[in-house]
Design a protein around this ligand. Sequence first.
Ligand SMILES: [Fe+2]
Ligand SMILES: [Fe+2]
Length: 349
Amino acid sequence: MTATAPKLEVQTPAGRNELPPHLDENLLTPRFYTTEFDKAAKTDLEIARKDFEAIFKEMEADYNLKHFDRKASLDRLQELSPKDKAIYESYLVRSVVSEFSGFLLFKEISNRFKKSGRTELGQFFTFLARDEARHAGFLGRALKSEGINVDLPNLGKKRAATFFPLSWVLYSLYLSEKIGYWRYILINRHLKAHPEKACAPLFDFFEPWCQDENRHGDCINLMMRCWPGMTKGFRGKMLSRFFLWTVFLTHTLTVCERGDFYELLGIDPELFDEEVIIQTNNTSRNAFPWVYNFEDGRFLQMRTEILSAFRKWRKSSGIAKPVALSKFISLIIRQFALPMQKTDAVRYV
Ligand SMILES: [Fe+2]
Ligand SMILES: [Fe+2]
């Protein structure tokens, strides 16, 4: 997940094909995934038939069909300084890649289900792909208005896809949808309280947008329930631990290393990261058999120490560098092993 990705190609007004420095990627760039499609086609929907039909109808209703089509005025963007504009553009590019990678995966899962004769599951994932394509398209339009064209159709072809077993894909998808929900809703709540900080029309669309991500998380939760073995016993505990830890660690490093975007909106990146982690851990009680225990404060305290060790490592040189790196690694391993709490998510199975 953390291998260096090939360069993303964009066309800027100057006609360059390479990314300008503020749009450059690093280790934290989203990746594309592939999975055990044949196994996925054996999903036993009967385990959660009633709930599947309810959520299928909800997805079919397509509540946000017209939401992203509104033509918002771009006047506010003109007021941004070149530096702030660069921060905003960089956020747009990262987001468009992330939304588009979701689209590609959902579309592929949908096609494989249809090919295996699982029509209703195929349609279910078409709804998910539809939403992500809409999100990516909307971000693509926002970039276009900045004079930047991201070559989305070719993006998937240029990047190597990473293979994950089905259980890994479902755990990580659930978390990425729910963490996405919390990120959008917390930004939205903040900007409602501080409208003068909503520097781009994009933010006016966040509320129904985050409801899409929330529903996607519920769809993936339903898929997990159709595979009871994934949430049982030691395997369920290890998968919960590994994915919560990985997603939270990646979020902390991404948000705090890219703090300038949050500062532009008047948000403290470290407080934002902490709140997103607390809420996502809590929400995961609905799907995962175990979540981290935040009651004693150790996980979040260690997160602060990890962040400072990471920064020290980045700044250090010479002999100090491996020392700082080993401190960082020992902290993240200790955080991984912190106590967890059993949830009642497995009550469904
Ligand atoms: Fe999305
Ligand atoms: Fe989503």
